[in-house]
Design a protein around this ligand. Sequence first.
Ligand code: BGC
Length: 571
Amino acid sequence: MTALHGAPDWYKDVIIYEIPVKSFFDKNHDGVGDFPGLIEKLDYIKDLGVTALWLLPFTDSPLRDDGYDIRDYTTIHPSYGSMDDVRRFIDKAHDLGLRVISELVLNHTSRTHPWFVSAASSRSSPYRDYYVWSDTPEKYRGTRIIFSDTEKSNWTWEPRTRQYYWHRFFHHQPDLNFENPKVQEELLKVVKFWFGLGVDGLRCDAVPYLFEREGTSCENLPETHTFMKRLRAEVDREFPDRMLLAEANQWPQDVLPYFGEGDEFHMAYHFPLMPRLFIAIAKSDNRPIIDILDQTPKIPSACQWAIFLRNHDELTLEMVNDQERDYLWSTYAQDPRMRLNIGIRRRLAPLMQNDRRKIDLMHSLLLTLPGTPILYYGDEIGMGDNVHLGDRNGVRTPMQWSSDKNGGFSRANPSDLYSPVIQNPIYGYQVVNVENQARFPTSPLNTLRQMIAVRQSARLFGRGELHFLHSKNRSILAYFREMGKDVALIINNLSDRAESVTLDLSRYRGYSIVEMFDKTPFPLIARARFHFTLSPYGFFWLSLIPPARTQRNHARAASSASHPERRLIDS
Ligand code: BGC
C-alpha cells in the first residue's frame, strides 16, 4: 500500500471527481465498468486536473439501490473486480497523486445482508437487535419519508417474525440499530478496514438518520453526534491524515453540529447552496447565492464545505422553500418524467439547455466559491441524461469516451450493457465524447481543464475568506477570495445579456489586476470605483497584486524576456 503525504487538511486543496465504477470503463467486456477499467483511465482523470476521486459503493450488493444496499461491507461486488484490483487501483491513484474517497453506508444494509437474513428469521436471532423492530407502524410518526415516490411508510411488515422493521430509504434497506453497541462496533471495524486498505477519505452516507427517538423528527439527534465523535476519535488515533465527509442534507445551522468543535466530520456538503446556484442563473439574480452564504455559519478552522452542481442522485430540492421549489420545477423539469421524489433527475448540460456559456459559468461558480468542489463524471464533456430510465439511472449512463461502439465504454454487445448509452442527436456518444473534445482547445473538456488548472494554481480558492462586493446590478455576482496577501476578485455575469458594473475596489487601491487565465494585465486600481463590462454569462477571475509585488513582477517580467519560462504572476 502506498500512502500519500502532505498537509493533514489536504481535503481543502483538492478537487473531487465523483465516479460510479460501473459507469466508467469496462475492461473485461461484460458490459459493466470495473476496477481494471478505472485503473486504465486514471491518466485521463489525472490530466483533467482533479486531485481526488470519490467512488460510489462497490461492495457486494443486490444493486437495488446501486450498491447503497450493502450485502457485505468488505467484499468487492464481483462485477467490478477483486480486492486485489482495488488495492492496485488505490496504489496507482496514489502514485499519480490522487486521493481516494469511498463510501461508508452506516445507516442501513440490504435486506439480503446476512445480519438481516438472520434477524428476520427469528426473534431470538443474535442479530435481531441489529435492526429496529416494532409491533406497530405508529412509532416515530414525526418522521418524514425520503423516497416519497416509492415508499408509503418508514415501516415494513416482516411476516415470519410478525413485526415491522424501520427503514428511512427503500423498504429493502432496513436501518441498523445504532442503540446496539454491537452495531457500533461492527461499523467501526468497517471504517478501520477501509482506512487500513489505504483509502484517504470516507463519505458517510445518510448520517442524520442513525438514531430514532419518539417525539422527534428522528434526524440530527444528539446520540448521532456522540457516536460520530467516537468514530472520529478512533480514526484520529489510528489514521490521523484521513478525512470523513458527512452527507447531511440539512440547513447550514443543522449541519454545523456535524463539524463539532473540529472533532466530528472534517467535511460536509453544502446542500442548500446547490439549488440556489440554479435559481440564480435562471433569474439572473445574485441574491439567492448571497443570502444563503450570508446565512452560512463559520465552521471550525480545520473543516471544509464540499460544494457541487450535480451528482448521482436527483437534484434535491429539500433545502428550498415551496416557492423556490415550484420555480425550480417549472424552470428545469417541465416534463414530469424529469421529477423524482423532491428533486430533478437531470444532468448539468441539459439543465443548462446545452448553453456552453451557462455551463462554463456554473463551473466558474463551483470552482471559485468557498469549499472543495466536486465534479460529477461526464459533466466535463457535457453528457446528457435519459429520462426513460427509471429511478436515478438516467444520470448514471456509461461514460462517453469516443464515437466507437458503446461510446468506447465497452466491447460488449449493446444489449449486455448495464445501461444503454446516450444516443440522441444532441448528447449522443457519436457527438459528445472525450476523444472529440480532446482535439479542440475550446471544447467543454479543455475549457474545464484550464479552469481547474487555474484554480489549482491558487490555494486561496480552497482556503481563503469570501467577501461579496455589492453593486446596483443584481445580475452580477462579485466577490473577493482572500488568503493572507493573496487576493482574487471574481466577477460573474448571471444574465444572458452583456452587463456593466461598477465595483468599489477601495480596499485594494494601488493594486494591479491580472486576469488569471491569460495573465493579461488590466489597469491599476487607481480609484475606488472600478468599471467592468462582461459578456452574456461571462466571468472574470482576476488576481490582485499588491504594489510591492507588482514592482517585483515588472522586474521579473523584464528578465523573463530572456527567461520565458518564468511566470509573471505568482498567486
Ligand atoms: C445516496 C443515495 C442512496 C441513499 C440511500 C443517499 O444519500 O446518495 O444514492 O439512494 O443514500 O442509501
